[in-house]
Ligand binder design. Structure first.
Ligand code: AMP
Length: 254
């Protein structure tokens, strides 16, 4: 069992230092997790990390972290535009997201490996990632694409709640808190993310549908694409995820 570690360098950028500790996996994995918002990539990422190591690098988490920044400093103009797009459920510009990932190149070069979640979302981002990985001396092992019917995704997203204080996640049906509206861990208020509200969900799913095919094709051509049906419960989906990772070529660690 590996630790999830502390992703402060990923969340805050190059000025923060990595605080990940614990054993380094014998085979560090370099994976991209693809699939529509709400398909369960974050949940699978937690399970992959516990079993195989690596760090969970979500670009959405970086934007959410910036949105709740309590330092009192105004966000940079590019970040302010990005956060407004996120609130509406729209994609942030390629230039902003690519720059944000490029700044965090040390997270991609890390000895623990990485699971990139939410990036790349467009073909331009996929090309940029190849260049960034080349500069970091890393190669992808696979791009795992999770898929599920849209009706199920909408149900998952619209029932999601998060603790305002500690950010623990819940679901009104699948993972309800002990006391309605209160966090089990810290008793904070449970809230719905702006981008999990119905209008933003529609926009997010539309954004995904219009950009995903070229990205899937890009990885399919390279022989890196693996597909997993994510409509079952998280444990069952992880059984498939584990099989897929175990079958990946046990090439020399890189
Ligand atoms: P997620 O949690 O991955 O669904 O990301 C939340 C929001 O962050 C998205 O709806 C976008 O507004 C923004 N975002 C995250 N990653 C990207 C990306 N790779 N490209 C564009 N926008 C992104």
């Amino acid at each position: 069992m590996y630790t999830t570690g502390n992703r402060i360098a990923w969340l805050q950028g190059p000025d923060a230092s990595c605080a990940k500790t614990g054993p380094v996996p014998p085979r560090p994995w370099h994976l991209v997790l693809l699939g529509p918002p709400g398909v369960g990539k974050g949940t699978q990422a937690e399970k992959i990390i516990a079993e195989f190591g690596a760090c969970h690098l979500s670009t959405g988490d970086v934007f959410r972290y910036a949105a709740r920044d309590t330092s009192g400093q105004a966000p940079s103009p590019a970040m302010a535009v990005a956060l407004a797009a996120m609130k509406r459920g729209e994609l942030v510009s390629d230039a902003t997201v690519v720059e944000l990932v490029r700044e965090r190149i040390q997270c991609l070069a890390c000895q623990y490996g990485f699971l990139l979640d939410g990036f790349p979302r467009t073909l331009e981002q996929a090309h940029a990632l190849d260049a960034i990985l080349g500069a970091a001396g890393r190669k992808l092992d696979a791009a795992i694409n999770y898929f599920a019917p849209e009706s199920l995704i909408i149900e998952r997203l619209s029932g999601r709640r998060v603790c305002r204080q500690c950010r623990t996640g819940y679901h009104v049906q699948n993972k309800p808190p002990r006391v309605s509206g209160r966090c089990d861990a810290c008793d904070g208020d449970l809230i719905q993310r702006d981008d999990d509200k119905p209008e933003a969900i529609r926009t997010r799913l539309h954004a995904y549908a219009t950009t995903c095919d070229p990205v899937l094709e890009f990885y399919r051509r390279q022989g890196l694409l693996r597909k997993i049906d994510a409509s079952g419960d998280p444990g069952a989906v992880f059984v498939h995820t584990r099989e897929v990772i175990q079958k990946l070529s046990p090439a020399v660690p890189h």
